[in-house]
Structure formats: C-alpha cells, structure tokens
Write a new protein. Structure first.
Length: 144
C-alpha cells in the first residue's frame, strides 16, 4: 500500500469511528466545505457542509443505539492531490422505534489533498434496485 493509500484508509477508519460514536463534529471534519453528497434518501444531493451536517444530525437521531459500521473492499486510486475510493459499507444497529437493522451499501468517494490533509469532496451512497418495480435491495452480502 502506498503512503497516500494508507493516509486515505486511515481517514476512512477514523470516519467510521466518528459514525459509530455519533460524533457529528468529528465526522464533519473529514468533509470539505464544498462537499457534494448523493445519499440514499431525498433530495437528489446535499451541497455544502452545512446541508450535510443537517443530514447527518437527522440520521444520527434515528438510531437508539450506537451505529455499527463495517467497511469492506476498499479500493483507492490516487494521483497527485486527488483520489477516488470505492467500497462497501455495512451499517447496523437499533432504530429509535426498536427495530434492529443491518444493510450493505455501495459508496464512492472523491478526495482532495490540501495543506491540511485529505478531505472528502464528493460521496455517493447507493443500493441496488430491482426492476421492474424499483425496489431497493437491502439484503445482499459482499462477494466472498
């Protein structure tokens, strides 16, 4: 693994730790001020760190428990001061209504390096959708 790949992997690990502990300030520190975020839920995009902060605050509030987070299949491609990452992320825990949930999503990040280090400038989270019908598939497992 290159030094850049190691730096980005460490950032992703720290981001997962912030999600697990629902530490909003720490989580936001990994995103650029001009972040563009494509989430599973409407709207089509969240533009800017304040919009994303609101989205994450709402998401954290939906969990009774801490949030389980497991990242698998991380692939980093980097050159100069930009990088692209794709991975699978499992999120799990207890929602405020008492339901236990666990699901895998696909995620792609782009990152930019500045004097302050790496930050995520774009994130796209998705689920496979079955057609016809448009039903999101939430019970798939990563390849072995």
């Amino acid at each position: 693994m290159t030094e850049t790949q190691t730096e980005i992997s460490e950032l992703l690990d720290q981001r997962s730790q912030a999600i697990r502990s629902k530490d909003l300030d720490r989580l936001m520190s990994f995103y650029s001020d001009d972040i563009v975020y494509f989430d599973l839920v409407p709207p089509l995009l969240y533009a800017g760190s304040e919009a994303l902060r609101g989205r994450f605050a709402d998401w954290f509030g939906r969990w009774r428990s801490g949030i389980g987070q497991e990242v698998s299949g991380v692939h980093v491609a980097a050159g100069g001061d930009v990088a692209a990452v794709h991975m699978l992320i499992r999120t799990s825990g207890t929602l405020v209504d008492g339901r236990e949930v666990g699901y895998w999503v696909r995620a792609t990040d782009t990152l930019r390096r500045s004097a302050d280090g790496w930050s995520i400038t774009h994130e796209h989270v998705s689920l496979p959708v079955e057609f016809p019908g448009g039903t999101a598939v939430m019970d798939l497992l990563p390849p072995a």
